[in-house]
Design a binder for this molecule. Structure first.
Ligand SMILES: Cc1ncc(COP(=O)(O)O)c(C=O)c1O
Length: 397
């Protein structure tokens, strides 16, 4: 049965993913079920999307109620769910203004436009530069791809947008070496995801903040993967006592309803995009707004950030033990419910073994296993995961 679906998928869907051989049908809490009825423990959450777990009744009801009310108007009119969502996300992030998008990549596009317009209004020039980080990932559209610090993603699609330079994360001198009088922004993931679960250090982030203040550039933090409570803080930068000028967020923002956002301080909002500079048909529509508002309400009710912190610490202890047990594991990085184990070999076999045994894991690069469970997981779920993970490591080639 499942194989029939897979054959059909490969016939019609463009093959831009080497998909795992499973068709998921439904979910409940931290469990997923395939079309043959097999149960899986989920440590991916749709790559950091399903923070609330699957089939949360209150969330589903909020979305369904909005479906029956109105799905879409246009950004030329106000709608109540988007206003509620805007209030919630600005309060939670400490930023002042928000623009809603449909995806993470679009949020990054918007952030780049904000940075260029802010600089343009200051000096009237159109040759500004942006410094991004090696190993970063910001999305697949041209602007987002242009600032993505992995050559293989960009290479076949040149030319990229111009005037982007890449520095090393956690090496402030490498950033400083790229600064010129054209630098308008520095862009960094607070905790790099796709590039291999690499956290920016507190010193590096503080250094970037000071550098941006000194040269009058904007600090853009991309928290599309590491934000929304994943690290135990609503936004990861809040752990470090610094604040970006522009912030991007997505994934768990809509918990399954496509939703992203870029946010900024009042100072940036007052000196960048104005009416006519940016827009979207679907971004911030009533459905997305209702989902997003429900997400923030449920985060509070369910103490999502606290759970991510507590269970994240437990996961850290357990993964440390795993790392110390197997010599092929060379590093363990991350925090909260966003962690990675680096191996001295490709991890595809381990992930496939785990899947066979009912555990969903995902890689970040060929040699790193990434752990991004729903933020409602318990210590018992971690224990169950560790048992299957160890078996999968032991049975891998
Ligand atoms: C840090 C970061 N930025 C941007 C993106 C792009 O988001 P989307 O896939 O929603 O366009 C991702 C997606 O994984 C991401 O992890």
């Amino acid at each position: 049965m499942m194989q029939t679906y897979i054959d059909e998928a490969e016939k019609y869907l463009l093959h831009t993913y080497n998909r795992y051989q499973v068709v998921f049908d439904h979910g409940d809490g931290v469990k997923l079920y395939d079309t043959d009825g097999k149960e899986y423990l989920d440590f991916v959450s749709g790559i950091g999307v399903f923070a609330l777990g699957y089939n949360n009744k209150e969330f589903n009801d909020a979305v369904k109620a909005q479906v029956d009310k109105i799905l879409h108007t246009s950004n030329y009119y106000y709608n109540v769910p988007a206003i509620e969502a805007a209030k919630a996300v600005t309060e939670a992030s400490g930023m002042d203004k928000v623009f809603f998008t449909n995806s993470g990549a679009e949020a990054v596009e918007g952030a780049l436009k904000v940075a260029r317009k802010y600089a343009y209004l200051k000096d009237g020039k159109t040759d500004h530069e942006i410094i991004a980080m090696n190993h970063s990932f910001h999305g697949r559209t041209f602007g987002a791809l242009s600032v993505t610090g992995t050559e293989k993603y960009r290479a076949p699609f040149g030319p990229m947008i111009g005037n982007i330079k890449f520095a090393e994360i956690n090496d402030l001198d490498s950033v400083k070496a790229l600064v010129t009088d054209k630098t308008c922004a520095i862009l960094c993931e607070t905790l790099q995801g796709e590039g291999g679960i690499r956290p920016a250090t507190p010193e590096f982030l503080k250094g970037l903040r000071e550098l941006c203040d000194e040269i009058g550039a904007l600090l853009i933090l991309d928290e599309i993967q590491c934000g929304m409570g994943r690290t135990g803080y609503m936004y990861c930068f809040q752990k470090y006592g610094i604040k970006p000028d522009v912030l991007t967020t997505a994934k768990a923002l809509g918990c399954g309803i496509p939703m992203g956002a870029f946010l900024m301080t009042k100072e940036v909002a007052d000196n960048s995009l104005v009416a006519g500079d940016h827009g979207t048909t679907y971004g911030g529509n009533p459905l997305g707004g209702a989902a997003c508002a429900a997400v923030f309400k449920l985060y509070k009710e369910l103490n999502i950030c606290e759970n991510a912190k507590t269970v994240g610490e437990y996961l850290f202890e357990k993964l440390e033990e795993v790392k110390n047990t197997y010599s092929e594991i060379t590093d363990h990085r991350g925090m909260g419910l966003m962690q990675g184990l680096e191996f001295d070999k490709p991890v595809a076999d381990i992930i496939n073994n785990a899947l066979d045994n009912g555990l969903v894991l995902i890689n970040a690069g060929t040699q790193i296993i990434r752990f991004l469970p729903p933020l409602i997981i318990t210590k018992d779920d971690v224990d169950r995961m560790i048992v299957i993970l160890k078996e999968a490591i032991e049975n891998a080639h």
